[in-house]
Design a protein around this ligand. Structure first.
Ligand code: NAI
Ligand SMILES: C[C@@H](CO)CCC[C@@H](C)[C@H]1CC[C@H]2[C@@H]3[C@H](O)CC4=CC(=O)CC[C@]4(C)[C@H]3CC[C@]12C
Length: 369
C-alpha cells in the first residue's frame, strides 16, 4: 500500500478500472502512487474485488457508469487531478456493431476530454493501442519499429479505426484551456498485445487446447513476429506517465508512447506456448498445418456464418479475416522513447512476467467451462 509518510492529496480517476488492464492499473496505483488520496474506479460493470481495497489508507470510490453518457463522465471527473482513460470496447471478433464501437471508443473519449475541460482536470492519460499504427490490411511488416517509423496506417476495421480517432482527439486536446485557465496535458500509451493474469484470449485458447486433448495446431508461420507486453508493465507505465506528466508536461504533452518490455519477439502462437507449454499444452507442427488460402477460406466462412446466424445467436470465433491478417503480419516494437521522456524501465522481467502468467493459467486448470 501507499507510503503514508508523503502527503496524500491527489485524486485519480481510472475509467474501465474493472477491465483486464484497468484492474492492474488500479492495483498498481495503490501500491506505487504514494500521493494518492482518493482513487475513483469508473466502469460499466464493477468487480466484486473492489470491496477488498476499501480497507487501505486510500479512499477507493467505485462508480458504476457509462463513458457514452456525458453527464455520468463529468460527475466522475469533477475534482479529479488525473484521469487514466482505459475504458474501451475491445472487439475484433464482430461481437459489437461498428456504431457501438465508435460510440464507446470515440464518443466516450470525447466525453472524457470535455469533462476534463469543463471541470478543470489538467492531466489525461489515454490507453491507445499499437493498432492505431498497424498492422495494416496490406500485410506490410512493421519490424522492430518505433514511434517515428514511417508506416502506411490503413484503418478499415471499426476497432483500430476507433482507437486511431480517439487517440487523435486526445493528442489534439493537449494545450486546451481547462476550467480555471490552466492547459490540459494529455498523452497516449500504445500497448502491443497485452498478456498476463486475467487475459481473456489466453484463457480461451487454454481451454480450447484442453478440449483438444492438450494440443493446439499451428496456423501461423513461426517467422511472423508479434509484439507482446506484460500487463503489469503496461500498468506501471500508466502510473509513471500519470505522475511524470505533472512534472514534464512540456516534453510529454501531446505525445504517444509504445508500451514495451523484455517479452521476446515471437509469433503469436509461439509466444502463447511460452505460457501454455508449462501448463500442459503442446503446439503441433513446425509449419502451419493448413495453407494460408484454406485458413482464409475458413475465416471468410466464419464471417459468413456470423452474419447468417446473427438473428439467432452470436457466433464470434477467434478466426476471422481480420484476426488472421493480424496474426499473419509482423508487428514488433523496439523503442526507448518512454525511457528517455519519463524514465520508464519495466518493473517485471520477462521471467517474472512469464512465471506470474503461468501461475494464473495453472490455477484455472480443471475449471474449463
Ligand atoms: N487487450 C489488449 O491486448 C490491448 C488493449 N488495449 C486497450 O486497453 C484498454 C483496456 O483493454 P482491456 O483491459 O484489454 O479490455 P477489457 O474489456 O478487459 O476492459 C475494458 C473495460 O472497459 C469497460 N467499458 C467498456 N465499455 C464501457 C463504457 N461504455 N463505459 C464504461 N466502461 C466501459 C469494460 O466494462 C471493461 O471493464 C482498451 O482501451 C483497449 O483498447 C490496447 C492494446 C492492447
Ligand atoms: C488465427 C489464430 C490461430 O491460432 C490466431 C488468432 C489470433 C488472434 C485472435 C490475435 C492475433 C493478434 C491479436 C491482436 C493483437 O495482439 C493486437 C491487439 C491490440 C488491441 O488493442 C486489442 C487486442 C488485439 C486486437 C489482439 C486481439 C487478438 C488477436 C487478433
Amino acid at each position: 500500500m501507499a507510503d503514508t509518510a508523503q502527503a496524500q492529496e491527489l485524486v485519480y480517476l481510472v475509467t474501465g478500472g474493472c477491465g483486464f488492464l484497468g484492474e492492474h492499473v488500479v492495483r498498481m496505483l495503490l501500491q506505487r502512487e504514494p500521493r494518492l488520496h482518493e482513487l475513483r474506479v469508473f466502469d460499466l460493470h464493477l468487480g466484486p474485488w473492489l470491496e477488498e481495497l476499501q480497507t487501505g489508507p486510500v479512499q477507493v470510490t467505485a462508480i458504476q457508469g457509462d463513458v457514452t453518457q456525458a453527464h455520468e463522465v463529468a460527475a466522475a471527473v469533477a475534482g479529479a487531478h488525473v484521469v487514466i482513460h482505459t475504458a474501451g470496447l475491445v472487439d475484433v471478433f464482430g461481437r459489437a456493431s461498428s456504431e457501438t464501437i465508435h460510440e464507446v471508443n470515440v464518443q466516450g473519449t470525447q466525453n472524457v476530454i470535455d469533462a476534463c475541460v469543463q471541470t478543470g482536470t489538467q492531466f489525461l492519460v489515454y490507453t491507445s493501442s499499437m493498432e492505431v499504427v498497424g498492422p495494416n490490411i496490406k500485410g506490410h511488416p512493421f519490424y522492430r519499429g518505433d514511434e517515428d517509423t514511417p508506416y502506411e496506417a490503413v484503418h478499415k476495421h471499426p476497432y483500430p479505426r476507433s482507437k486511431a480517432l480517439a487517440e487523435q482527439l486526445v493528442l489534439e486536446a493537449n494545450g486546451r484551456k481547462v476550467r480555471g485557465g490552466r492547459p490540459l496535458v494529455t498523452c497516449a500509451l500504445r500497448p502491443t498485445g497485452i498478456y498476463g493474469e486475467g487475459h481473456q484470449i489466453m484463457r480461451d485458447i487454454f481451454y480450447q487446447g484442453q478440449r483438444l486433448g492438450g494440443r493446439l495446431f499451428r496456423a501461423i508461420p513461426a517467422s511472423v513476429e508479434h509484439g507482446r507486453v506484460y500487463v503489469g508493465n503496461v500498468a506501471w507505465m500508466h502510473v509513471l506517465v500519470a505522475r511524470e506528466l505533472q512534472q514534464r508536461g512540456a516534453l510529454m504533452g501531446g505525445q504517444a508512447y509504445f508500451c514495451y518490455d523484455s517479452s521476446p519477439y515471437k509469433s503469436y502462437e509461439d509466444f502463447n506456448m511460452e505460457i501454455l507449454g508449462p501448463c500442459g499444452l503442446r503446439l503441433v507442427g513446425t509449419r502451419p498445418l493448413l495453407p494460408y488460402w484454406l485458413l482464409m477460406f475458413l475465416a471468410v466462412l466464419n464471417a459468413l456464418l456470423q452474419w447468417l446466424l446473427r438473428p439467432l445467436l452470436l457466433y464470434a470465433p477467434l478466426l476471422n479475416p481480420y484476426t488472421l491478417a493480424m496474426a499473419n503480419t509482423t508487428f514488433t516494437v523496439s523503442t526507448n522513447k518512454a525511457q528517455r521522456h519519463f524514465g520508464y524501465e519495466p518493473l517485471f522481467s520477462w521471467e517474472d512476467s512469464r512465471t506470474r502468467t503461468i501461475g494464473w493459467v495453472r490455477a484455472m486448470d480443471g475449471s474449463a467451462p
